[in-house]
Ligand binder design. Structure first.
Ligand SMILES: CC(C)(COP(=O)(O)OP(=O)(O)OC[C@H]1O[C@@H](n2cnc3c(N)ncnc32)[C@H](O)[C@@H]1OP(=O)(O)O)[C@@H](O)C(=O)NCCC(=O)NCCS
Length: 155
C-alpha cells in the first residue's frame, strides 16, 4: 500500500540520499524540506517530489524514484499529488525544469515554455539561476480553467 505524505525535518537525510542516487541537485534542499512529499510503503521510501510555492505559481522539482521501484506508476502518483495540491492552492501554473525527462512530463500535460518568458518568481529560484544548466528545458502546466476562443492555443 502506497502512502504519500508531507516531509518533515527528520526525512531530510533520506531525501538527500535519494536525490543523490538519482543525480539530482541537493544544495538548497535543507531550506525547503517542508515543500517535499514522500511516497512510502510499509518498509521503504519509494519516491520523493517537491512543490515550491512561488506567488501564484508552483515549481515542481526533485522528482525521484529509486531504480528498483521504477515503472510502477510511483512517479505518476507523486506528480498527480502535487498537481492536485497546486490546484487546491489556486495556482495558475505549475512550472518545472528538466534536462532529460521532458518526454515524461509531456505525458502529464506539461508543455515546453520559453525560458526568457518565465515569471520573475521562477527566474529567482536557485533551480533556475544556478542548479539546473542553461540547457534545461522549462515546462509548464496550466491549471486554471478559462473559456477558449477558436484559434487560441491551449498554452
Ligand atoms: C522520472 C522518474 C521519476 C519516473 O519514475 P517512475 O515511477 O518510474 O515513473 P512512472 O512509473 O510513473 O512512469 C513510467 C513511464 O515513464 C517513462 N519514463 C521514465 N523516465 C522517463 C524519461 N526521462 N523520459 C521519458 N519517459 C520516461 C517510462 O519509460 C515509463 O513509460 P511507460 O509507462 O510507457 O512504460 C524516474 O525515472 C527517476 O527517478 N528518474 C531520475 C530522476 C529524474 O530524472 N527526475 C525527473 C526530473 S526532476
Amino acid at each position: 500500500m502506497l502512502e504519500i505524505r508531507q516531509a518533515t525535518g527528520v526525512d531530510l537525510p533520506r531525501i538527500i540520499d535519494l536525490l543523490e542516487t538519482c543525480q539530482l541537485p541537493t544544495e538548497d534542499v535543507p531550506g525547503i524540506v517542508d515543500s517535499f512529499f514522500l511516497a512510502r510503503t510499509d518498509s521503504d521510501v519509494v519516491g520523493v517530489i517537491a512543490l515550491e510555492r512561488l506567488t501564484s505559481v508552483g515549481l515542481l522539482r526533485s522528482l525521484a524514484v529509486p531504480p528498483q521501484f521504477r515503472e510502477r506508476g510511483i512517479g505518476r502518483r507523486l506528480c498527480d499529488h502535487v498537481i492536485d495540491s497546486a490546484r487546491a492552492q489556486g495556482f495558475a501554473y505549475v512550472y518545472l525544469l528538466t534536462t532529460d525527462a521532458d518526454g515524461y512530463f509531456s505525458h502529464l500535460g506539461f508543455r515546453v515554455a520559453d525560458r526568457a518568458g518565465a515569471p520573475e518568481a521562477i527566474r529567482a529560484t536557485s533551480q533556475f539561476r544556478e542548479l539546473c544548466p542553461e540547457s534545461a528545458k522549462l515546462m509548464r502546466l496550466r491549471l486554471t480553467v478559462w473559456s477558449r476562443s477558436p484559434g487560441l492555443s491551449e498554452e
